[in-house]
Design a protein around this ligand. Sequence first.
Ligand code: PA5
Length: 411
Amino acid sequence: MLNWNIRSSHKTLSLENSSEAIKHYLDTLTSDDVGFFRLPENKDLIADTVKVYEALKHKKYFIHIGIGGSALGPDMLLKAMGIQSGVEFIFLNNIDPDDMQRNLDRVNIKEALIYVVSKSGTTAETVAAMSIVINELTKCGVTPSEYKNYFVFCTDPEKGDLRKLTKEWGVHTLSVPSNVGGRFSVLTPVGLLPALFAGINAQDLLSGAQEIKKHLADPKIGEEFFKLAAWIKDLHDQGVHQTVVMPYSSLLKEFSAWFVQLWAESLGKDGKGLTPIPSYGATDQHSQMQLFMEGPKDKVMFLIEVEKFKKDYPLTNSLSGESFKLLSTFSLSQLMKAEFEGTLEALKENDRHVIHLKLPCLDESHLGQLILFSECLTVLVGRMLKVDPFNQPGVEAGKKYAYAWLKTHQK
Ligand code: PA5
């Protein structure tokens, strides 16, 4: 099971002052308005996703169109677990024309499944990428009556332009439950369909998430978790406004990117928030670590340790030179351990605030635990900060002005 320790001279507090926020959080988890916490046991969503996978599993390419919460989760899953199926994945998650060309050049579109993911069904970047892909299909002689052989949609069960198109085109369409927002949607078909195409065990992801639930929601078993959030909130109130997320794993690099969105978009509002900083070890020990170690003391650092790697390499060598000799009796994973422990020690010496998260290994089950842990922590910290973790008015404001610009410049 995923577990964590706080390593800091700033002590955890009693939960007395947080009781109202904790109650609000616990009510949120069971409220009809918020669905992410109940996803692990939602049998219908996984069954619907498997059906679509079975119908289209012959496809050689998987083009994933989406942005923000509709893309970061799937990308994180694929990078963390690896693509074990031979399917080639292309993420169209931005509107950079040159990158679009590079991506499209990699695909034989006639052998592709095109997964359009948009909860709202109206996001400009997603609609733009979809239009380009349709034009590519047209160039290859594909007609609208054949779109159902290429496209799968994933959108709100009722609303939005994409949902309207589903009947017209007759395409397979999966649902993001209306009470699950984009950045909380990785354990819905948003992430589950790409996971199945990649050969990832989607059921184990959900089971892992289910396993950790009681540690995040039970008033007794969850006490350590509540204390962790209260500690982060207390530091926030004392000016510790940055959160470093640093897995010691290359495979979790995109987990940091996913976490950044979850933490930033959920908590950054009403003049409050914690700026997330993505990082990964050991690589960034040779980059940002200098700042983390000796810069302003305004950071909480999540250091994530993977205790057992699937593969290891001996560093045996018969070279002369102190550094070669020292390493030669160790393995690569032991060197990672040494660097992790060394960094923890040095951070302690420098009086930095660290949360040491331990993943026994990086498999579907533990990744599912890490995902739900992160989502619940975000919501609980949000309740403690008294911000709404589920809206994003700042993002909407930018979208509104972009649309206004398009309307003014429409030909
Ligand atoms: O987390 C969120 O809600 C956002 O990041 C959305 O996922 C993002 O704006 C894309 O929205 P949509 O899925 O409606 O296209």
